[in-house]
Design a binder for this molecule. Structure first.
Ligand code: MCN
Length: 773
């Protein structure tokens, strides 16, 4: 019998198959006659291709073909790149000069760019063949740093992008110049949100095969948005959309980097179609570091105008965003500006960003995508304001918060914040952390010159999520009463099968175990926008709720006919459709479904029991929270021990609290890792220095404490669940909390800021360079 499942701590439906290894990833799919693809990639950051010679590769046993960009050109258009909103300076639109063929034809702009594909009978033969392809390169001067890329005389990546500026964006409101000129104090800081790599457990992979049904192709891809990939492939291959079926089978994580249409997707699909054979490519870890888009990569100057009492009256933000070699989702730095005032009531703003091409891997979405950067800059700056004003960091925050009675709040950045209680979240986080006792311990340790310096950091965040334009759901009650649901979202670790089954079980009075949720196949799911931007529950879950409501209504109508009662008198109660006040006259969903598909259906009633719904969100939703990090820094080595981490996150109504906690845990791990460990590094010539997991530092479980997670619940009025997103939230709050904690620990040394990642050497040097406390 169905119980109240919304908000229940149910375990994930997905986990048994994942734990027992029964899941099927792209690399597990077996097809007769399957051939394998490996790519020849540029070792140079910037070069012309004089010629490509595949003769030696073709002599290698097992190698079937060597395909160059020129061979492929007649069969595909350039890869679709995201549109840019060009305002102010910079180059506008995706001009002809920025065309990017899936296999580069005459020029490469970053290390790892694919120039040829080798098809072979085994993966090893393909890799060996790729190593034998001879490319005659003409090296060109490269630029890997955005400031250098904008300087006079820098190598140009695209003729139509002077100074390598891809686009600029500005948000200005109020009278920031006047506010700055009147300020009691101006607090400034330059900060970096360093370049990161996605590193999902499963690297990218694509398999394409001819589809006899449509005459087109089936593409299996480890992807976050199958319909988006289908559109991209249809454009690139100039094919009708109904001849491309994209399936995302089990997907082992994405973190934002599996959203776009990659060159490898197009090449494998094009070649499978041309040669009429199934083909597969699976990315290696080393390829992942240069062939899969990166995240973050900003240098930003922040300025706050502060009045004598500690109120922040105006903010300036100057973001320089490195977008790498090609424009992919370059609207992301614009999101940083849109979240530029965070949780604070600041009237006057002057926020700009400049997106710059460099000879590096393109930078696109990575968990949080633009919002972690904003929260990081702001929360570091607010800590510095507190320090300069001689006030505790929590006091400055409280003084500047947008108060609960100001919601809905029209932020000067153009955002309409739906609901929020920022002080409540901070107060709760500080209480759980036993903040008073921590400060006393810090004082006592400082006095006795303890080797381990205690640091306490806090950060408050608000983010935007629940992006549209819509999401879909289709629910079908089968004749036996079991339920199959289809969603346009495409989970890859988030657990939608569980959450959506919870919604359906409650709405239809069916057992949770009787619900199967299917996703990730463009031929069976309704049109969808996939999973990213923490949109799936707020938008996709709302569509599921609407569809379930429709099916429930239909079931009640059928029950009314079967029970010879008025429709209005039939209610769903404890898993039974019964006549109000007469519990004995009731039917299970299975009985109703049997009737719905049977011969005895009364005239005038529509057979079957299913519904398809699209939910179109009226606007974005704005989750928020407060995080507290407690660190111990070894004054002799600079080693940082993350001792404790407390998060209070508010995502409105929680449907699956256990899954929400999982999302928060993963988010904190990734956010703390940005603060302490991770960084993609290029040298001045555009060669990647962190090209493998031996050099790119990922966190281990042992680096992290057991997190303490808690919540406040402030529902949104903008969807029927009252739910906001949680998938990225903890990534956003945790990074500034950890950095604030480390800077707090080092404050007796006069340290006021340190750039991430806070490697021991950087921390140790900062202490060495300062006067001993
Ligand atoms: N949920 C809930 N109640 C809420 C909000 C969410 O029960 N109020 C549940 C949802 O039903 C869902 C999960 O929490 O099971 C996350 O939901 P949501 O916030 O809607 O985010 P999405 O499902 O759209 O996930 C996207 C988000 C993003 S953008 C990145 S990046 C990310 C992330 O999720 N990448 C992940 N979490 C990840 N988790 C894993 N394991 N792997 C990734 O690659």
């Amino acid at each position: 019998m169905a119980s109240k499942l919304l908000g229940a701590r149910v375990k994930r439906k997905e986990d048994p198959r994942l734990i027992t290894g029964d899941s099927q990833y792209v690399a597990d799919i077996a097809l007769p006659g399957l051939l394998h693809v490996a790519f020849v990639r540029s070792p140079h950051a910037h070069a012309r291709i004089r010629s490509i010679d595949g003769a030696a590769a073709l002599r290698r046993p097992g190698v079937v073909a060597v395909v160059t960009g020129r061979d492929l050109m007649p069969h595909c258009a350039p890869i679709p790149t995201a549109t840019v909103s060009a305002e102010g300076g910079g180059a506008a639109g995706g001009g002809g000069g920025r065309q990017h063929y899936p296999l580069s034809v005459d020029r490469v702009r970053h290390v790892g760019e694919a120039v040829a594909a080798v098809i072979a009978s085994t993966p090893a033969a393909a890799v060996d063949g790729a190593a034998l392809v001879w490319v005659d390169w003409e090296r060109l001067p490269a630029v890997a740093d955005p400031a250098a890329a904008m300087a006079d005389g820098a190598p140009l990546l695209f003729e139509d992008a002077p100074r390598n500026v891809e686009h600029t964006q500005a948000i200005k409101a109020g009278d920031p110049d006047a506010a700055f000129s009147k300020a009691h104090r101006v607090v400034t800081q330059r900060m970096r949100s360093q370049r990161l790599s996605g590193v999902p457990l499963e690297p990218r992979a694509v398999l394409a095969a001819p589809d006899p049904t449509s005459g087109g192709i089936v593409v299996w891809s480890t992807h976050q948005a199958p319909h988006v990939l289908r559109t991209g492939l249809a454009d690139a291959l100039r094919m009708p959309q109904n001849q491309i079926r994209v399936i995302a089978p089990e997907v082992g994580g994405g973190f934002g980097v599996k959203f776009g249409t990659y060159p490898e997707d197009v090449v494998v699909a094009a070649l499978a179609r041309l040669r009429r054979v199934p083909l597969r490519w699976v990315e290696t870890r080393v390829e992942h570091m240069t062939a899969t888009t990166h995240g973050r990569a900003h240098v930003t100057d922040m300025e706050a105008a502060v009045d004598a009492g500690g109120r922040i009256t105006a903010l300036r933000m100057r973001v320089v965003a490195d977008v790498g070699a090609y424009p992919i989702f370059t609207f992301i730095p614009d999101l940083t500006l849109m979240m530029g005032v965070g949780v604070y009531r600041v009237e006057h703003v002057d926020l700009t960003n400049t997106c710059v091409f460099t000879n590096t891997t393109p930078v696109a979405a990575y968990r949080g995508a633009g919002r972690p950067e904003a929260a990081y800059y702001l929360e570091r700056l607010v800590d510095k304001v507190a320090r300069e004003m001689g006030k505790p960091p929590e006091e400055i925050r409280r003084q500047n918060f947008i108060p609960p009675d100001a919601f809905p709040y029209a932020a000067p950045t153009g955002q309409n914040y739906d609901s929020g209680e920022y002080d409540k979240a901070l107060t709760r986080a500080l209480q759980i952390a036993r903040y008073g006792a921590l400060r006393a311990e810090q004082q006592e340790r400082r006095e006795r010159k303890d080797r381990r310096l205690l640091g306490i950091g806090m950060a408050c965040y608000v983010e935007m999520c629940g992006f549209g334009p819509y999401e879909s759901a289709m629910i079908r009650v089968e004749p036996s009463g079991t339920v199959t649901a289809f969603t346009g979202t495409s989970p890859h670790g988030q657990g939608h099968e569980t959450t959506f089954a919870q919604i359906i079980a409650d709405q239809l009075g069916v057992d949770f175990d009787q619900v199967v949720v299917r996703h990730g196949d463009t031929s069976i799911t309704p049109m969808g926008f996939g999973t990213g931007g923490s949109r799936s529950l707020a938008v996709g879950g709302s569509a599921m709720l609407q569809a379930a409501g429709k099916v429930q209504e239909k079931a009640r109508r059928l029950a009314a006919s079967m029970l010879e009662a008025a429709f209005e008198d039939v209610e769903l109660h404890d898993g039974r459709y019964q006549v109000k006040g007469v519990p004995a006259r009731g039917l299970t969903l299975a009985k109703i479904a049997e009737h719905a598909y049977g011969e005895s259906l009364a005239p005038g009633l529509e057979p079957a029991l299913e519904a398809t719904e699209y939910f179109r969100p009226p606007q974005l939703v704005y989750p928020f929270g407060a995080h507290v990090a407690v660190v111990e820094v070894d004054r002799d080595t600079g080693h940082i021990d993350l001792r404790d981490f407390i998060s209070v996150d508010d995502c409105g109504t929680r449907i699956s609290p256990l899954l929400v906690e999982g999302q928060v845990h993963g988010g904190i791990a990734q956010g703390a890792a940005q603060a302490l460990l991770e960084e993609v590094v290029y040298d001045g010539d555009g060669q990647i220095v962190t090209g493998s997991l031996m050099d790119y530092a990922l966190p281990h479980a042992g680096d992290l404490p057991s997190f303490t997670t808690d919540q406040t619940v402030t529902v949104t009025p903008f969807n029927p669940l009252g739910a906001k997103g949680i998938g990225e939230a903890a990534t956003i709050g945790s990074t500034p909390a950890v950095v604030n904690a480390v800077v707090d620990a080092l404050s007796p040394f006069g340290v006021r800021h340190l750039d991430m990642p806070l490697r021991p050497e950087r921390v140790w040097r900062a202490m060495q360079d300062s006067a001993s406390p």
